[in-house]
Design a protein around this ligand. Structure first.
Ligand code: ZN
Length: 322
């Protein structure tokens, strides 16, 4: 697939045009006039991608956020597994694509699952293998050596939009799942209220980490095209929805990018420059929280009820007959 072509890689029909410049001045967001797919342009080279996901800047450290948030991360990983277990009983084989620190997979193994992971960052994968004793591989899912029909469940949590070829990844998932198995995918919704209201300041736009920007409609169509029967999607996510609204509003008001989010990371992962202007904007962000937090929660619930949630979750069944 030529990522820089002028026809849409999802629907193959629409023309691509500039939507807006990204907060990172090196990138723009383009948009398909037929299916609404957003694309990050220029497409980062392999060298740039390797740098983006390098050990220092992405995820391989054991702690990523300040302590109270790390507890939240654990609780949310547990909820992910509970959701999977509602659909597939008893525990079977599970693959988590983009498993990062493999929290969910280690919980799954403790509950009797045969757990496998795939991770872009070699250092993170090694950490999960050596630290947790899990089978975590690197590279593309089609090169990972899994046999067809091997898995009962494949999960992709806020990762498909990071991948160079999400389309082939979904095709491969259909092959690797047994008939009746499920693919669970959560994605940021480019067609959500929070995305539309905040535009280039949307927290979950996350350029250049996010290469594609899907909507509920076009991603659902992609899953169905690859032979999945889909339920939902669910439009409310406590993990991603309210914070997406909050940080997007703060970005718009302070005309700066994710200052609060940076401040919530562990000291070694913070990238912000601490000038006076930045400190004032951060102070404004913190002082506004008593108003902004409840407002964000209300807005996140409202957009979900309206079917335009900021983070959506698909449970896609591989047809029995396939
Ligand atoms: Zn399109």
């Amino acid at each position: 697939m030529d990522a820089e072509n002028t026809t849409c890689p999802l629907c193959g029909e629409g023309a691509l045009g500039l939507l807006f410049p990204a907060p990172d001045p090196n990138y723009q967001v383009h948009y398909c006039n037929q299916c609404g797919l957003g694309l990050t342009r220029p497409f980062p080279s392999l060298e740039v991608l390797d740098g983006l996901y390098s050990t220092r800047s992405y995820r391989s450290e054991e702690r990523r956020f300040i302590a109270p948030l790390e507890l939240g991360v654990w609780l949310f990983r547990g909820r992910r597994l509970e959701m999977v277990q509602k659909h597939i009983k008893p525990p079977g084989r599970i693959l988590d694509i983009g498993c990062a620190r493999a929290h969910m997979l280690s919980m799954a193994r403790d509950k009797g699952w045969d757990a496998y992971g795939l991770e872009y960052n070699a250092e993170s994968a090694r950490h999960a293998r050596e630290g947790r004793g899990l089978d975590v591989r690197t590279g593309n899912v089609w090169d990972a050596g899994f046999p067809e029909g091997f898995f009962d469940v494949i999960t992709i949590w806020h990762v498909i939009e990071h991948l160079k070829d999400p389309f082939r990844t979904i095709q491969e998932c259909a092959k690797l799942l047994r008939p009746g198995g499920i693919l669970v995918v959560s994605i940021p919704n480019f067609d959500s209220w929070q995305s539309r209201l905040s535009g280039r300041w949307w927290f979950h736009l996350d350029v250049p980490f996010h290469l594609y920007h899907f909507s509920a409609r076009n991603f659902g169509a992609l899953l169905e095209r690859e032979g999945f029967r889909i339920a939902g999607p669910a439009h409310f996510s406590l993990e991603f929805g309210p914070y997406g609204v909050l940080q997007s509003l703060l970005n718009r008001l302070t005309l700066s990018h994710n200052l609060l989010y940076e401040a919530l990371k562990t000291r070694s992962l913070r990238t912000g420059k601490g000038g006076t202007g930045t400190m004032l904007r951060l102070a404004f962000s913190l002082l506004s929280l008593p108003v902004m937090l409840p407002l964000s929660l209300v807005m996140s619930v409202s957009e979900s009820i309206a079917g335009s949630g900021g983070s959506i979750l698909f449970v896609a069944h591989r047809e029995e007959s396939k």
